[in-house]
Design a protein around this ligand. Structure first.
Ligand code: NAD
Ligand code: MG
Length: 359
């Protein structure tokens, strides 16, 4: 097992990573005796709820399973959770436990942020995406019909328990989508880690516990370090360190919007976005062509898409980007690399080079 401590301005909390952690009650010792509720989804409930409750020493009846998927991230479900907690009179020293992927983590974190003005919560992420991304950083929230993640709060967990064994039941596509975010960390800030991913891709794809634990640990470490410099994404008007975590994401959002959030998983769109960011960085002369090819080859080898959908051209892209919240005063800002392994936020790039990325 690996334990990483996230250092925040006001406190620190541990992220435990490794196989079999759901069956290690001592890791949940800080919660013992405290009144708690577990919130999960209907896919995850039959797989892991009983095991987690046994380790928590809590009654599995004090749990709620929501319908799975992004459509669960609503204020209506927040209201349902609030009703449950109020009826059960969960006190202010009670704890909410999020068992599931990023959808459950975001929703439960938000519920914990607002129930009686804020209670403690614990993340038990069960998707690779949640283990390397959404469970770190303190962003919580739900969607509104007018925008994704538009209602939320910053609220940090007390503890994160990432059991790599849970990834064994995760659908393959979901696993690969999470891997795109892992590759992103290497490209945006750690060339050595990118080399390691290239060398260990087969082990990761075979769900080797040691390889997964290292990849998750390094990803969380990088995200935590970046978040610590910019806890609320306010440094340099949103173009500071935290924005670099959005490498590939502006392209990804265009792909997701273009395909109406139905055909591509977020991580799949990020994979293509990373290829496009590498391609553009190389066209601008900021990164060696060979390095861009190397990234694209790695992403392809991971079984992830490397090209935007047919029909999404540069004009469409610009059009769609008019709606992107990362634009400030109408200028398109992209996270790019200069060189590979170092990211920067720039709105100062040649339009022709951008257009060429869509051909
Ligand atoms: P998800 O929570 O919908 O999980 C994906 C699917 O896998 C679901 O059907 C789920 O039921 C199922 N599942 C989960 N764990 C499983 C397991 N171990 N075995 C079998 N099936 C399992 O999606 P996700 O990709 O984990 O998270 C996406 C969400 O995360 C989005 O809403 C996104 O906005 C959010 N997110 C938040 C942050 C943040 O900083 N807060 C960062 C990135 C993404
Ligand atoms: Mg992402």
């Amino acid at each position: 097992m690996n334990t990483l401590h996230v250092e925040l301005a006001e406190r620190r909390y541990p992220i435990h990573i490794g196989p079999g952690l759901l069956s290690q009650p001592q890791l949940l010792e800080p919660l013992r005796g405290r009144p708690l509720f577990v919130i999960t989804d209907e896919h995850v409930k039959p797989l892991y709820l009983e095991r987690l409750c046994a380790s928590l020493g809590s009654d599995p009846a004090r749990a709620l399973a929501l319908a799975p998927g992004e459509t669960a991230k609503t204020l209506a479900n927040v209201n349902e959770v609030m009703g449950l907690l109020l009826r059960a009179r969960l006190p202010r020293d009670g704890v909410l436990v999020a068992l599931g992927g990023g959808v459950i983590g975001d929703l439960v974190g938000f519920c914990a942020a607002i129930y009686q003005r804020g209670i403690d919560f614990v993340q038990v992420p069960t998707t690779l995406l949640a283990q390397v991304d959404s469970s770190v950083g303190g962003k919580t929230g739900v969607n509104h019909e007018l925008g994704k993640n538009m209602i939320g709060a910053f609220h940090q967990p007390q503890l994160v328990l990432a059991d790599t064994d849970t990834l064994k039941t995760l659908p393959r596509r979901e696993l690969l989508a999470g891997l795109a975010e892992v590759i992103k960390y290497g490209m945006l800030g750690d060339l050595q880690f990118l080399n390691w991913i290239e060398e260990n891709l087969d082990a990761l794809l075979k769900l080797d516990g040691e390889a997964l634990s290292y990849a998750i640990r390094r990803s969380c470490e990088m995200k935590a370090a970046i978040v610590a410099q910019d806890e609320r994404e306010t440094v340099s008007g949103g173009a500071g360190p935290r924005a670099t975590l959005n490498l590939g994401h502006t392209f990804a959002h265009a792909i997701e919007t273009y395909t109406r959030y139905t055909e591509w998983l977020h991580g799949e769109a990020v994979a293509t976005g990373l290829c496009m960011a590498a391609d553009l960085s190389a066209r601008l002369g900021w990164m060696a062509q060979a390095d861009a090819q190397r990234c694209i080859a790695l992403i392809a080898r991971a079984g992830l898409p490397v090209k935007p959908p047919a029909g999404l051209d540069a004009a469409q892209f610009r059009n769609l980007m008019g709606l992107d919240k990362k634009n400030v005063s109408g200028r398109l800002r992209l996270v790019l690399m200069k060189p590979l392994g170092q990211s920067l936020v720039s709105s100062n790039f040649d339009q022709a080079a951008l257009d060429a990325c869509f051909t």
